[in-house]
Design a protein around this ligand. Structure first.
Ligand code: NAP
Length: 278
């Protein structure tokens, strides 16, 4: 497993398991457990996914069956907009920890910027409190545009280590990724498979057949080639394994360029400038 290194020196596995739209049931627990048994060391969840209990149980079972330690894993959860405000952050974090059955997270993210800049900054100060009090290993943001980050960086003392954004060949965010690179903030992609839609793209299929890999592996490898942390979601055991099996091949410069050129600035999720969480 390859890792990225944050500006604070901490590392994160470049591939993780996504868990959005996975219900809080045995399927969720089994997927997380299977991922750990298959070599995943990084799991992504969020308070709003309402599955932290079963993600936590899958983690516990995966650790038990592999003999790994908690410190071998990298676990992310996210603060939802309803809990924004500096005074609310510690309680929301504690609630997520209790549901997950963990005593710390490797990464806690502000899930969206929201529409109120003052509240965004105030909330980030609550995230900083957690970090300064050694409650969490790393703090970051999700769905922040350049404008949100500029406002944040101008007013706070601790920079986010990462920005988790919708990213796939139809939405490549070249400007935002350049800004993140300059600021030394890691990029992470959500819905990397465009919720499976990108797997039907003709160019993606063509590249897959050229190298004898699946469309999903091509997309995940394309993220790795760009140095972007990637968290494909699957509850299907064979796909969970397939999605991690991308370290025995590379894409050529030409193949990467062909995938980059598919950009249409097309989102499947909300626009962060308009999303209030309701
Ligand atoms: N920060 C945010 O605002 C935000 C927003 C959305 C998502 N996320 C995170 O990003 C993760 C990934 O995004 P996502 O869940 O929206 O979608 P995704 O990973 O782009 O796509 C998931 C879909 O692709 C299918 N799939 C997975 N691997 C496959 C393969 N090898 N071959 C064919 N189909 C495959 C899955 O089916 P099966 O499960 O049936 O196998 C599922 O239907 C989320 O789970 C979540 O952790 C974050």
């Amino acid at each position: 497993m390859e890792h990225v290194t944050f500006y604070n020196g901490n590392e994160m596995p470049i591939i993780g398991l996504g868990t959005f739209r996975v219900e809080n049931n045995d399927e969720c627990k089994a997927a997380v457990k299977h991922a750990i048994e298959s070599g995943y060391r990084h799991i992504d969840t969020a308070m709003v996914y309402e599955n932290e209990e079963m993600v936590g149980q899958g983690i516990a079972e995966g650790l038990a069956s592999t003999g790994l330690n908690r410190s071998d894993l990298f676990i992310t959860s996210k603060l939802w907009l309803a809990d924004y405000g500096r005074v609310n952050v510690a309680d929301a974090y504690e609630t997520s920890l209790n549901k997950l059955g963990l005593d710390y997270l490797d990464l806690y993210l502000m899930h969206w910027p929201g529409l109120d800049e003052a509240l965004m900054i105030d909330t980030w100060q609550g995230m900083e409190d957690l970090y300064k009090n050694d409650k969490v290993k790393n703090i970051g943001v999700s769905n922040f545009n350049t404008e949100h980050l500029e406002a944040l960086l101008a007013q706070v003392s601790i920079k986010p280590v990462i920005n988790q954004i919708e990213f796939h060949p139809y939405l490549t965010h070249s400007q935002l990724r350049r800004y993140l690179e300059v600021q030394n903030i890691q990029a992470e992609s959500w819905s990397p498979l465009m919720n499976a839609q990108i797997l039907e793209d003709a160019t993606v299929k063509a590249v897959a057949s050229e190298i004898g890999k699946t469309p999903a592996q091509v997309i995940i490898r394309w993220n790795v080639e760009h140095g972007v942390v990637v968290i494909p979601k699957s509850v299907t055991p064979s796909r969970i394994e397939e999605n991690l099996n991308v370290f025995d091949f590379v894409l050529t410069k030409g193949q990467i360029e062909r995938l980059d050129q598919l950009n249409e600035d097309k989102r499947i999720g909300p626009d962060p400038l308009e999303f209030s969480g309701n």
